[in-house]
Design a protein around this ligand. Structure first.
Ligand SMILES: *Cc1c(COP(=O)(O)O)cnc(C)c1O
Length: 418
């Protein structure tokens, strides 16, 4: 088994107290991965990982990040509120949002967060709302396609984010006039990259841009933020990204591009979400129905409202049948949820051991962008989140929704109240 695995006995014990479906996160795995990330970038004295809150917005998991001296990357008012509640403040918060409402800018400014502007027009808006802080960041979009070793990784020219190159130079000059003294540049140009080349290629572009911006505007470049995008091996044949090698390769580019320019004090930041938690979380559901028509279907007590990635992106997630990990995968199933949408399928034509009703079905690598994307379509309720602690105990870190939660925004006779 790769990464996070919980024995059938343990799952059965947990499910007695907390009925399925639930998300289960592995504290030990998360902490070990955090240490690897820190080691990978330890060569940069100002390095900080700002965990992307949107990936898994649970305060108990944010506490782990805080414990490891990580920061948080927020993109909305409520993510800022969550981070504030956990005790993040000032430069521990990066605010990388887009189409940002006034209220969000004001609150980020009040917390002293480092504001990462998504657009040239936001300079005037921020200035009007709260003034330009001494430290400010701008998000860059180079346009065109993003290529690493001749393969197209993504298409920034089609993405809504960031300043064009010209806008960035003009923006830095305007921000200087308005009082900014220390600058950051940020870009997120490819998502879920599984090779080791994404960060080094992006770093070379951003470091060179930092040099050009410094030369042309005289601005002090305080940091370069490589944002998120480091992927995880969802498919069994994929290899995990090697963060230590990635760190080394970024170091080499830093020495080649920034150090000769006398810019060896530039801090390196990252905003990984997926890489930090996805492999250390799983969705545990129970097989509750089976049907035999033109195909063999197994129906779960979880659905796309609990995990949207397969329905939304056609994403692959490894599926195992708890307690049957060593049995031959000699049955072909579609593993489905109960939404009235035919894309509500966690796995299609998947070879698995024979499944019996009541078996626990584990959907792996769902620790990030899993529960967070949950919704209530078809009146389905979001599941609980549990943390498997290092001492083997289990902590309920978010209870499951009840019908009263679903009806909470309605004031109507006969409906349950919270
Ligand atoms: C989503 C997002 C991240 C995290 O992305 P991952 O793919 O989870 O690493 C980081 N920064 C910004 C601005 C984002 O929108």
């Amino acid at each position: 088994m790769k990464d996070f695995y919980v024995s059938h006995e343990k799952l059965a014990e947990i499910a007695k107290q907390y009925p399925t479906p639930f998300y289960l996160y592995d504290e030990k795995g998360i902490r070990e991965n955090m240490e690897r990330v820190k080691r990978a970038f330890a060569w940069n004295t100002g390095y900080r990982e700002y965990f992307a809150v949107k990936a898994t917005p649970n305060p108990y998991l944010l506490e782990l990040m805080k414990d490891g001296s990580f920061g948080v990357d927020c993109s909305s008012l409520t993510e800022l509120m969550l981070s504030d509640a956990v005790g993040f403040s000032g430069e521990q918060i990066m605010f990388s949002s887009n189409e940002t409402p006034d209220e969000d800018f004001r609150f980020a400014h009040r917390l002293g967060a480092t504001i990462n502007l998504d657009d040239f027009t936001h300079i005037e808006i921020l200035n009007r709302l709260c003034g330009i802080p001494e430290t400010i960041c701008c998000r860059y979009n180079p346009g065109g396609v993003f290529q690493a070793s001749n393969a197209i990784m993504d298409n920034p020219g089609d993405a809504k984010y960031g300043f064009t190159r010209d806008q960035l130079f003009e923006g830095f000059r305007l921000l200087q006039q308005l009082g900014a003294k220390h600058f950051g540049i940020h870009a997120f140009l490819a998502s879920n990259t599984t090779g080791n080349e994404y960060y080094p290629v992006l770093a070379r572009q951003l470091f060179q841009l930092a040099v050009d911006l410094h030369r042309e505007t005289g601005a002090h470049i305080a940091f370069v933020n490589l944002s998120g995008g480091v992927g995880v091996p969802y498919r069994p044949e994929q290899k995990p990204a090697d963060i230590l090698r990635i760190g080394k390769a970024v170091h080499k580019v830093y020495e080649e591009v920034l150090v000769p320019e006398g810019m060896g004090d530039v801090k390196l930041f990252t905003e990984m979400g997926r890489f930090m938690i996805a492999p250390y979380g799983c969705l545990v559901a129970t097989a509750i129905r089976e049907k035999h028509i033109y195909k063999e279907y197994i129906g779960l007590d979880a659905c796309a409202a609990n995990l949207m990635r397969p329905a939304m992106y056609g994403s692959y997630h490894r599926v195992t049948v708890s307690g049957k990990e060593d049995l031959p995968c000699d049955h072909k199933y579609d593993i489905v949820g109960g939404l009235c949408e035919n894309n509500d399928k966690f796995a299609v034509d998947r070879m698995l051991p024979k499944i019996s009703m009541g078996d626990f079905i584990v959907i792996h690598d769902t620790g990030a962008h899993g529960h967070a994307m949950g919704y209530n379509y078809n009146g389905k309720l979001r599941s609980a989140e549990l943390l498997l602690k290092e001492d083997g105990s289990v902590k309920l870190i978010r209870r499951a929704e009840t019908p009263a939660d679903y009806f909470a925004t309605l004031d109507y006779p006969g409906l349950p109240k919270l």
